[in-house]
Design a binder for this molecule. Structure first.
Ligand code: PRP
Length: 215
């Protein structure tokens, strides 16, 4: 009996993956919000969950630290997707990647005049491709969090960040000026594990597929 390791990130992805795990008969027996543990047991002795940062899920699965994982499309694009089999769009943790600026900033003027735009973001690949497709020159500033602060402090003209309800932008007097892409979370599987642990992984993939809205 080989161990199956599933990589998840705490928060929306963890919470919204639980019903899919239930469809596979898997229950996580510890609450990550109440425990400091990074490896969580399940009701099935051969299935465990490892908690990693959302951006690290593709890396864990790529190198076999986990056999499978749930990762946002944003994290998958930034990672590049090497070594990953991506069988399912799980349609969970939906949001979008958008450009936002300080209220009052002339974004249309800044991008049509062809002047350089200072962009702060955690999503440098997505931002680089997007502005390149518009022919806008950008000076990219890589950040790891609290991107909303960048336009407010003069660090950047614009940010590229995830938007869900828009509450975070509103609370910081920022305006969403362009939507770059819709995001949802995908199931990713290590390609070697898919061969070596074919039966148990296929069982989980099929159960997840049957629990999706389109059946
Ligand atoms: C994301 C994003 C925004 C927020 C947007 O952060 O970076 O800060 O959610 O959501 P809203 O439009 O509903 O306000 P997340 O909570 O995923 O965590 P992070 O800051 O670690 O990226």
């Amino acid at each position: 009996m080989s161990m199956i390791t599933l990589a998840l990130s705490k928060g929306r992805i963890f919470d919204e993956t639980l019903p899919l795990l239930a469809a596979a008969g898997i229950t996580v027996t510890e609450d990550p919000e109440k425990s400091r543990k990074l490896i969580l047991p399940t009701n099935q002795p051969d299935v465990r969950v490892v908690l990693v940062r959302a951006t690290d899920v593709p890396t864990y699965v790529q190198y076999g630290g986990a056999d499978l994982g749930v990762a946002g499309k944003d994290s998958l694009i930034e990672h590049g997707g090497q070594g990953l089999f991506r069988p399912l769009d799980l349609q969970i943790a939906k949001c979008r990647v958008s450009v936002a600026v300080r209220a009052g900033f002339d974004y249309q003027g800044a991008v049509t005049q062809g002047s350089r735009l200072m962009v702060a973001t955690k999503y440098t690949s997505i931002a680089r491709d997007f502005f390149a497709s518009k022919g806008v020159h950008v000076d990219m500033i890589k950040l790891y969090g609290s991107m909303e602060l960048a336009p407010l402090t003069g660090l950047a003209d614009a940010i590229v960040d995830l938007v869900s309800t828009g509450n975070t932008l509103r609370a910081n007097h920022l305006v969403e000026v362009e939507q770059i892409m819709d995001i949802s979370s995908h199931l990713v599987v290590n390609q070697a594990a898919l061969k070596l642990k074919q039966a148990p992984l296929k069982r989980i993939i099929d159960a997840f597929a049957s629990a999706l809205p389109q059946g």
